[in-house]
Write a protein that binds this ligand. Structure first.
Ligand SMILES: [Fe+2]
Length: 378
């Protein structure tokens, strides 16, 4: 693996958000940071000020710029003393990275969710395409990657997994899971992860893929004792109904835009399915989301995690409670007996290949065994 240099804790993650990339990287010490492409620098700045007081840097640039250049230079200067006048910084350090946008006919995607802070076995499983001698084109991290948001260091799990599987060189899609809403850093989650101006739900384009991220938030009613009154997800979900309607109004620039070949729904919780109490929340909202998606967006696939199981479900199947708008893939199983923290006994993720009008789905365990394989017509 390429060496991780200097103040970087990991290789950068190139997250896809909207029509931009957000290149994010956690650092060991305070520094200002930028990404340079074709002689143009894109700084991590806030209202004109280069940021240094952050454990995770974020540089934003148009997707088209990096897709064309296929390489970028990450640069930083360590802070010695950021005094109000004549602040002192060390000299520049620059690290070059290659980048491969999605341009292949067949698109290899690896889906990981619910790793709950574990890294080793999810990364081993995520090397599925590498081990076959094929290239991974897109990584999807679909929620509950850290076990909770209790400390800033928990977010390192996200960056470790992305770093080891992409080495800063391919795009990643990231969505939030219900456990991510828990702990002291949950309210500032968007500071440490990709977001659309702070929102954890948005649409994105990556190559010929258009995707909509929907965020169900917590998995029980806001009044559940486990939350102690700290959760307001009902209004958050209602806001996403409005968001979905606006996306549909703007279809020509969204899923009907030039070059869109695949339409994906990415949601940690497979919201088209009613779970057992107390998880049987929001039947009206989830039914409306399914209806809006099914009648207007007509997605090809929905990709979810949350259930710690791996399977596919077609519309009209026993899994379809609220009017599934498309086939659903639930694709990750963490094998952790007795819920003991830090015991990693294996992970099953989902390798997904989009090829013309079909999706090849493989559920593979980190030890190389295949637990399921099927093809879905799109
Ligand atoms: Fe979950």
């Amino acid at each position: 693996m390429k060496e991780i240099k200097g103040l970087l804790k990991t290789h950068p993650a190139v997250f896809s958000v909207g029509r931009d990339y957000q290149i994010m990287v956690p650092v060991k010490e305070k520094c200002i940071m930028w990404v340079e492409v074709d002689g143009v620098r894109y700084y991590d700045s806030s209202n004109g000020i280069n940021r240094s007081e952050t454990p995770v840097h974020r540089m934003m640039l148009p997707m088209a710029v990096l897709d064309k250049a296929k390489k970028y230079t990450l640069g930083y200067r360590k802070i010695i003393n950021r005094k109000p006048y004549f602040p002192e910084l060390e000299d520049e350090v620059c690290v070059d990275y290659g980048f491969r946008p999605i341009e292949s006919e067949n698109i290899n995607i690896y889906h990981i969710s619910d790793t709950h802070n574990l890294i080793k076995s999810p990364v081993e499983a995520g090397k599925y395409f590498d081990n076959k001698g094929e290239a991974l084109d897109l990584l999807v991290l679909n929620g509950d990657i850290p076990d909770h948001s209790g400390t800033v260091e928990n977010f390192d799990t996200v960056y470790e997994i992305v770093s080891r599987l992409t080495q800063g060189g391919i795009p990643t899609v990231f969505s939030r899971g219900n456990h991510d809403l828990r702990g002291l850093c949950a309210e500032a989650f968007a500071d440490y992860t990709p977001s659309d101006k702070g929102a954890s739900y948005y649409t994105l384009r990556v190559g010929p893929i258009w995707a909509i991220l929907l965020d169900c938030g917590e998995d029980k009613p806001d009044t559940n004792a486990e939350y102690g009154g700290t959760i307001d997800c009902h209004s958050f979900r209602l806001a996403q109904t409005d968001f979905l309607k606006k996306v549909i109004e703007n279809a020509k620039d969204e899923y009907e835009a030039d070059g869109v070949k695949y339409k994906l729904v990415i949601s940690h919780v497979p919201f088209s399915h009613k779970l057992e109490p107390p998880f049987d929340i929001e039947p009206e909202i989830y039914t409306e989301w399914c209806k809006l998606l099914g009648e207007s967006v007509k997605p090809d696939l929905m990709i979810s995690g949350h259930l710690h199981r791996c399977f596919t479900a077609m519309p009209g199947s026993g899994f379809d409670t609220y009017g599934q708008p498309c086939p659903v893939i639930v694709g990750s199983t963490l094998i952790r007996p007795n819920k003991e923290k830090d015991i990693d006994e294996g992970f099953v993720g989902c390798a997904l290949t989009l090829e013309k009008k079909s999706a090849k789905v493989v559920f593979n365990k980190n030890d190389g065994t295949i637990s399921g394989e099927e093809a879905i017509s799109l």
